[in-house]
Design a protein around this ligand. Sequence first.
Ligand SMILES: [Zn+2]
Length: 268
Amino acid sequence: MTLLTLDAVILRSQPYSETSRIVTFMSRENGLVKGIARGARGKRSRFGATLEPLQRVRVTLSVREGRDLQTVTEADLLQPYGQIREDLFSSTWAQAVLELTSRVVWQEHASEDVFELLLAILHAYEEGIGDPQLLFHIYQIHLAASLGYAIHLETCSGCGGPVTDPVRFSLTEGAVRCSDCYPPEGAYITLSGETAALLLRLSRPDGIAAAAALKPDNEVRRSCSRLLRRHLEYHTETDLALRSLRLAERIGSWDPAEDLKGSKRRIV
Ligand SMILES: [Zn+2]
């Protein structure tokens, strides 16, 4: 048995028995790790509120090789993400980020890139930078790339030439094809040029900053959401009907300026 201290974000925290919690962490050092925190429930818990989801903690685990569930011995709060919690829209989309991470990242995918990406997106939610839905899509795009399933949108994967509207996206290749190099077989999705341009913009390194100024319409949002979900489902072979995503898409993205003008909330 060894002690392991990790820099981690809490993805899930479920009650277990009368007194314990089972906590899922995304850590910088070891990817996804699950731990049981005994005595973590109730007012006298020595962990206080440090084991709630959507917090960054420094956690110490007592680790036994070969076991899926380790024992949490200590946890210190590093970042409570208080601003995200106060905003219904940001918090719902941030929950979708956490749920997606818990579904598609495994311990063998331990990668500092994924952890840094998660921190960057949570930071953007915390600071209120960018449209909450577009931030989620930026996370999907870069997460897919970190897991080895990058999407290619610049030029046709068949001939290297430009692609024209409508754009055909091959799921098997994770890449776009021009009308001359129509995917011969396999699954593909047809996208509008506008959707392809938005995905390309979000995939660039400055995507988070760009997301603040972009205002895609609902059809482009739906199309973008559908493509990224299918791409990730296809390559990870995981059902990504996320509970938090359904809720987030129902709530949509709310623009306070629009609300002040008396217009209705946009429902995606
Ligand atoms: Zn081509």
